[in-house]
Design a protein around this ligand. Structure first.
Ligand code: SF4
Length: 349
């Protein structure tokens, strides 16, 4: 059987259409909690391979212009990118690794909203479910760094990537870590673009840090309740569909202080629950526009806010400053004054 090398893994993955591949050795997870540790899933894991595929810049065009939402959810988020475009070549890579005699565990990088205390099923182990922090794993694999807005920034695409991982017991040459602060320049464009107010300003001093080997990465302590409201359709400043279904509805997201879990409990039922269809509302959905996006995006998540600050403002800035490699002939991404729906709370005061 041919020897499996890091270069062979990368050549195979890139030839299959993945855009970026990085490798971490298991020692780089020394500081990870056991319920977030690859070895809790695969005790003999020696390497973690993190793969990325770009989110097309064009996936956001319709949302940025305020005219078309489906492309982002369908192609750039849960509809196809997270559930088909990355898993297919990643699964091929796992087969390639197993063909060389090593076990390969593909990891599904769903974001765990909660990890309730449970009992371990075996003495001395941890309780299900174990969840890897995929962006921290990507830092450990040398693919980039966490930007201030808690999005993962790469040199080639800036924050326009989605990430998956494979654990293996093959010992592979790890990639060098990215120097902290070399990709995110603390410009605060993300803070200005995040109208839900989820990203703290640098001067507020709210940070999270993680150390990997001799490097410490620090980013803003994002308010996940506001982030979730903005992203998943709880913000009437970012969703025209709320206004269509619930004229006059008010919620100033930047004033909310709810948890991420409770933000989900607000957004999802408000968007996709149904009531008896009527002439006024033939579909019966509470917010038909949100429900349609979810249906077109399959069983997974739908994105209404389209990462206005944390991704769109960020790559607009990085491209303009030449801080990421992929730039475009048509210049900056943000081409005109950005739209925002009326802040009905402020208007009524
Ligand atoms: S916009 Fe991007 S580069 Fe600028 S501070 Fe935010 S995360 Fe960092």
């Amino acid at each position: 059987m041919a020897e499996l090398t890091a270069q062979a893994v990368k050549d195979f993955a890139l030839a299959r259409g993945l855009d970026l591949v990085g490798i971490a050795n298991i020692e780089r997870f020394a500081g990870a909690p056991r319920r977030m540790h690859p070895a809790s899933i695969m005790p003999r894991a020696k390497s973690v391979i993190v793969v990325a595929r770009r989110i097309l810049r064009g996936n956001w065009r319709g949302i940025e212009e305020g005219t078309y939402w489906p492309t982002y959810t369908y192609f750039g988020y849960h509809g196809l990118l997270n559930t088909l475009f990355i898993p297919m070549p990643m699964y091929d890579l796992a087969c390639f690794i197993e063909d060389h005699g090593w076990e390969a565990v593909p990891y599904y990088p769903g974001v765990p909203e909660r990890q309730p205390p449970e009992q371990p099923l075996r003495p001395g182990t941890v309780a299900p479910e174990v969840h890897l922090a995929i962006r921290i794993a990507a830092m450990a694999a040398g693919l980039g760094e966490m930007g201030w807005a808690k999005v993962f920034i790469t040199k080639k695409f800036g924050p326009r990537v989605r990430l998956h991982a494979i654990f293996t017991d093959a010992e592979l040459q790890p990639d060098p870590l990215v120097e902290p602060g070399s990709l995110c320049d603390r410009c605060m464009a993300c803070v200005r673009g995040c109208t839900p107010g989820a990203i703290p300003h640098l001067r507020e001093g709210k940070t999270v840090s993680v150390s990997i080997e001799d490097k410490t990465y620090t980013w803003g302590d994002v308010h996940m309740g506001r982030c979730t409201l903005g992203y998943h359709g709880g913000d009437p400043m970012l969703s025209p569909f709320i206004h269509q279904s619930l004229p006059g509805y008010r919620c100033n997201v930047a004033e909310q202080d709810l948890s991420e879990n409770n933000a989900y409990k607000m957004c999802w039922p408000m968007s996709i629950d149904r009531w008896t269809p009527s002439d006024e509302d033939p579909s019966g959905y509470r917010i038909e526009g949100h429900a349609m996006l979810k249906e077109w995006g399959g069983d997974g998540s739908y994105g209404i806010g389209g990462s206005r600050g944390c991704m769109r403002s960020c790559f607009d800035h990085l491209e303009a400053r030449g801080r990421c490699d992929q730039t475009f002939e048509n210049g900056r991404f943000i081409k005109r004054e950005r739209w925002l729906l009326p802040d009905t709370v402020r208007k009524s005061e």
